[in-house]
Design a protein around this ligand. Structure first.
Ligand code: CAA
Ligand code: NAD
Length: 286
């Protein structure tokens, strides 16, 4: 089946980058979120990034105009009914995701592939609430999606071979590199990366300055950004939900979320997206 039209659900950090990548690769995208503000902020962000690329002669103005014209924003979930591929990027909460998947599986055509961008929740459990578990699969993009090359492909227990092949081809068509993973909490990257970031937050709780931990890992391990800066960058709510997914999924205490991370989320200090996390940010996220 040829994928011609795509829907993205969620206009936060990930939905924005994924929409930019797919629209930029030439596909019409229906972009849905419950919040108009989030959709407008997302369009504004994509417009700014593309304008910067035009001014630096990385893309021409036609490409920018075409990319933006490929995107239609909506608050109406039923607008997704005629797409061939739907990608969900709403918060990391199994109940929220199951509710959306149950709804969209009744709205879309039987051939539509339903993708979750979950950071580590069970694809099998998300697929199980739908009318078409064979069409449900994980495709885990990384933040920021336009700059990160990898997409993890995660079939659930009921996902068909055709769905795995079709989504793998689509990921290559939009210029990313797929790797295939098994459906266990955190897949590959987050099972390794998120506990590292959580452990760095324990070190801050024990009294180390965030700047010190970050400098140590930038200079001593050549990480492009330190783990505390990375925590703020991806969002502390997403980080906590991913740690909790590992903890409950494996029932192993080595994945316990750091109490300081829990406290930050309780305070609404979610990192760059809320203006305050371990560091403070201006309205441009700098
Ligand atoms: N689209 C296109 N270009 C963009 C862009 C976008 N959305 N955002 C920024 N850019 C451009 C910038 O304008 C800049 O262009 P110029 O060089 O022409 O100025 C270029 O990309 C590089 O931007 P930066 O100067 O900000 O880049 P950097 O060298 O500091 O690298 C980074 C930024 C790639 C994010 C790097 O810091 C990095 O790799 N950080 C780690 C990211 C990471 O680990 N991500 C995974 C997080 S975990 C996850 O995603 C999984 C999960 O489930 C939580
Ligand atoms: P975010 O908080 O930035 O954005 C979530 C968006 O979902 C918001 O715009 C919100 O309005 C919208 N939303 C909430 N409920 C909705 C609903 N019922 N219907 C439609 N829209 C709804 O979150 P994010 O960082 O973009 O993460 C989204 C997903 O991607 C999560 O599962 C997360 O674990 C995963 N992920 C995140 C990252 C990251 O670095 N932040 C990386 C890879 C994967």
């Amino acid at each position: 089946m040829a994928i011609k039209k795509v829907a993205v659900i969620g206009a936060g950090l990930m939905g924005t980058g994924i929409t930019q990548v797919i629209a930029g690769a030439g596909f019409p995208v229906i972009w849905q979120d419950v919040s108009v503000q989030q959709l407008e902020n997302g369009m504004d962000r994509i417009e700014k990034v593309l304008s910067k690329q035009v001014s630096k002669q990385k893309i021409d103005n036609n490409h920018k105009v075409k990319t933006l014209s490929n995107i239609s924003i909506t608050q109406e979930l039923k607008a997704v009914s005629d797409v061939d591929l739907l990608i969900e990027a709403i918060p990391e909460d199994i109940n929220l995701k199951q509710t959306i998947f149950s709804q969209v599986s009744k709205l879309v055509q039987p051939n539509c592939i339903l993708v979750t961008n979950t950071s580590g929740l069970s694809i099998t459990a998300i697929a199980a609430v739908t009318t078409c578990p064979q069409k449900v699969i994980g495709a885990h993009f990384f933040y920021p999606a336009p700059l990160m090359g990898l997409v993890e492909i995660i079939p659930g227990l009921a996902t068909s071979k055709e769905t795995v092949e079709e989504i793998g081809q689509f990921i290559k068509d939009i210029g990313k590199t797929p790797v295939h993973c098994y459906d266990y909490p955190g897949f590959i990257v987050n099972r390794l990366l998120i506990p590292l970031v959580n452990e760095a937050i324990f070190m801050v709780m024990e009294g180390n300055a965030p700047e010190t931990v970050d400098a140590a890992m930038r200079l001593g391990a050549n990480h492009p950004m330190g783990p505390i800066a990375l925590a703020d960058y991806v969002g502390l709510d997403t980080l906590l939900a991913t740690m909790e997914g590992l903890y409950t999924g494996f029932k192993d205490p080595k994945y316990r979320p750091c109490p300081l991370l829990v406290k930050k989320v309780e305070a609404g200090h979610l990192g760059r997206k809320s203006g305050q996390g371990f560091y403070q940010y201006d309205t441009n996220g700098n």
